[in-house]
Write a protein that binds this ligand. Structure first.
Ligand code: KIV
Ligand code: NA
Length: 277
């Protein structure tokens, strides 16, 4: 199967075909996502929380994003990989933002970058697109602004806030984004934004009317992710299976059930007789 392109993603929106996106942070998770038929993989800066154990995405660096992107893109051949620009990597000059975005493609081998924010990003989006870097927007709940927002909460609840989201979405589309993540907004607001835009809108906590959905890998499979927001659907409890397996291993070791005869190597007879003789 041919690699998925931004044009394919837009065609899916216009054909009314939902787009399935999932985060991945390393080779095995990306391989499984691709084999399972995901259209898009996001190397999200959520890796700071679910993989690195920070309590927000703010400590995540360009080095972290590059390291994890490289692992993901080694496994993803067909799936369209987008990598997040981390906190402060695109908040200085436009030149610095373009350079960091470019590194995610040049070194991380992602096909696009994602950045959180509204119309203030328009000049950077336009410069990236001029440089051949596809950009995905991200508005609504933007976790890099958690301290500004006062917590992880639903955005766009009142008329003014909803109108602001709509305006930001339109300005970003005008600036050249190929797709937009809408996080944690009322479904009615998300439906309106999705229908007004020409580009695919990928929702998380934004209801079924979006053109696609994204979930964090660890939340979806129940892999030691402690937070469980309302919008997450947990499809399996892989963390429980892993913990059971490890505790069986631990007791096997302690009670000398492992390793068994099938797990050992043997020395040749003459070696044994000389060593022991
Ligand atoms: O980092 C991330 O996982 C994200 C998604 C939740 C959209 O930005
Ligand atoms: Na993110």
């Amino acid at each position: 199967l041919a690699p998925i392109t931004t044009a394919d993603l837009r065609a899916k929106k216009h054909a009314g075909e939902p787009i399935a996106m999932i985060t991945a942070y390393d080779y095995p998770s990306a391989k499984l996502a691709e084999e399972a038929g995901a259209d898009m993989i996001l190397v999200g800066d959520s890796l700071g929380m679910v993989v690195l154990g920070y309590d927000s995405t703010l400590p995540v660096t360009m080095a972290d994003m590059l390291h994890h992107s490289k692992a993901v893109t080694r496994a993803a051949n067909r799936t369209f990989v987008v990598t997040d620009l981390p906190f402060l990597s695109y908040h200085g000059t436009v030149e610095e933002g373009v350079k960091n975005a470019g590194r995610l493609l040049q070194e991380g081998l992602a096909k696009a970058v994602k950045m959180e924010g509204g119309k203030e990003l328009a000049p950077l989006v336009t410069r990236c697109v001029q440089a051949g870097i596809p950009v995905m927007g991200h508005i609504g709940l933007t976790p890099q602004a958690v301290h500004q927002l006062g917590g992880f909460k639903v955005q766009g609840r009142d008329v003014e806030a909803a109108r602001r989201l709509m305006e930001e979405a339109e300005v970003l589309q005008e600036a050249g984004i190929f797709s937009l993540v809408l996080e944690c907004v009322p479904e009615e607001v998300a439906a309106l934004i999705s229908s007004r835009l020409d580009i695919p809108v990928i929702g998380i906590g934004a209801g079924p009317a979006c053109d696609g959905q994204v979930l964090v890998f660890h939340d979806l499979v129940g892999y030691a992710s402690s937070i469980q927001p309302k919008f997450v659907k947990r499809y399996t409890d892989i963390g429980g299976s892993i913990k059971d397996a490890i505790s069986t291993y631990v007791s096997d070791v302690k009670e000398r059930r492992f390793p068994g005869p099938e797990h050992v190597f043997h020395a040749k007879e003459e070696v044994i007789s000389q060593l022991y003789g």
